[in-house]
Design a protein around this ligand. Structure first.
Ligand SMILES: *Cc1c(COP(=O)(O)O)cnc(C)c1O
Length: 422
């Protein structure tokens, strides 16, 4: 029996209707920007394996650090105990995050990092003995993860439909622009002290369709929140670690969010790990002789040393000058290509933030996530050895930073060809 057939017998894949799923391709190995299947066919991982991989696959430095950590300490309960990797990562990470972030709370993934952030904010209002605030402000097309809390603060969509009646109440606002910013600020003024916190993906909304908005408008929304004591959560799970051209997307802001959520690129894309950081204001609301003010939250694998070893190794690579040069090179190449194709009548929109280049196809047909055209696009690139996973009629390049100019050119050329053929 082939691996594909064995897979079909026992596996249920994520975000996949198993009945009519395209066969899942068995991947045998990965090196740099390439993934290799059983037949030896090579694929360019142009979406960084669901946005997690930043330094390429099977990176030797990360592998060496992880294997050394495995032979030293694989895991230890993180309540009552600590370890060097956990402390070191917090010491190295906190100064890199814009604003004055003081504490790191570890968890397992992006969704749990968001859950922790939400609980910090909601309990903040309980702990500070003011009138508890229970409303949360979020963007209409946001995506913050798939657990119930994270799903609640995400936009209502086909993904959340079966659960909508169970999701907690959220005030959804449109993405800000020149025209609606004053109206959005008035909305925040109007809600004022009902709102516990505002959670947002800074400047790029990922799963919601790679939608982009301006830093200056986010600054204005944060200022409106600050006026009413509304806490702010930057979900940098996707945008963090160089993705938008700087180490963190929020570097483009003048204001500083109270809380940051990190995951995906945190371990270089090698292991699950989530981090929620907060400033002194949040932390102090929990720091008390009163046991009821404790943040009673934790996961079995909180601060797993192996995942953290991967993160430390990934940070080493991220901070090398060569990596920043690669990021800037990708940004420039993307901009040049965007200029080349913008105005193409097959495209409704071309947009870019940092290393993310987005092309929205003008299909005139059904443009939803479920559309047939989506599969056509997906297969077109897959057949040509490029992994691009369209969000409906939207394709985007979000590559590991080690991608060469040659491979970028090949992707751009194939997109031009697709614009001709499809
Ligand atoms: C992917 C993502 C999450 C969820 O992370 P998981 O590790 O998949 O649970 C949360 N927020 C944003 C912005 C994301 O892109």
């Amino acid at each position: 029996m082939s691996l594909q057939e064995r897979d079909e017998k026992v596996i249920w894949h994520p975000y996949t209707q198993m009945k009519n799923a395209l066969p899942n391709i068995p991947i045998v190995s990965g090196k740099g920007v390439y993934l290799y299947d059983e037949s030896g066919k090579k694929y360019i991982d142009a979406v960084s394996s669901w946005w997690v991989n930043i330094h390429g696959h099977s990176h030797p430095h990360i592998a060496a650090r992880v294997s050394a950590q495995l032979l030293t300490l694989e895991h230890v309960i993180f309540a009552g105990f600590t370890h060097e990797p956990a402390v070191l990562l917090a010491e190295r990470l906190l100064p890199l995050i814009p604003g004055k972030q003081e504490k790191v709370f570890y968890s397992d993934n992006g969704s749990t990092a968001v859950e922790v952030a939400l609980k910090m904010c909601l309990q903040y209002w309980v702990n500070t003995n003011t009138l508890p605030r229970t409303k949360i402000l979020a963007f209409k097309d946001a995506y913050h993860g798939d657990t119930f809390g994270a799903m609640s603060v995400s936009g209502r969509s086909i993904f959340t439909k079966p659960f909508n009646s169970l999701l907690f109440d959220v005030e959804f606002i449109d993405l800000p622009n020149e025209h609606n910013i004053d109206q959005l600020r008035s909305r925040i003024d109007y809600l004022s002290n009902e709102v516990a916190c505002f959670i947002f993906e800074p400047m790029v909304l990922g799963a919601g369709g790679m939608l982009m908005y301006q830093a200056k408008h986010l600054d204005q929304l944060i200022a409106a929140c600050n006026k009413h004591g509304i806490l702010t959560i930057a979900d940098e799970v996707m945008t963090g670690f160089g993705r938008t051209g700087t180490y963190f997307s929020c570097e483009a802001l003048e204001s500083h969010p109270d809380i940051f959520c990190l995951s995906k690129g945190l371990t270089g894309g090698t292991m699950p790990l989530g981090v929620t950081t907060c400033n002194a204001k949040i932390y102090e609301a929990f720091f008390s002789d009163d046991k009821l003010k404790t943040l009673y939250h934790g996961h079995s694998f909180t601060a797993n040393p192996i995942s953290i070893a991967a993160s430390l190794a990934s940070l080493d690579i991220l901070l090398e000058p060569q990596t920043l040069q690669n990021i800037q090179r990708i940004c420039k190449r993307h901009t040049a290509f965007a200029n080349q194709i913008s105005g193409n009548d097959k495209l409704k929109d071309v947009r870019q933030t940092g290393t993310i280049l987005v092309m929205e196809w003008n299909t005139g047909l059904d443009t939803s996530y479920l559309s047939e055209f989506r599969n056509k696009l997906y297969l077109y690139f897959l057949e040509r050895g490029i992994i691009l996973r369209p969000l409906g009629n939207i394709i985007y390049i979000l590559p590991p930073y080690v991608i060469t100019d040659e491979d970028l050119d090949y992707i751009y050329q194939t997109i031009l060809q697709a614009l001709n053929d499809l």
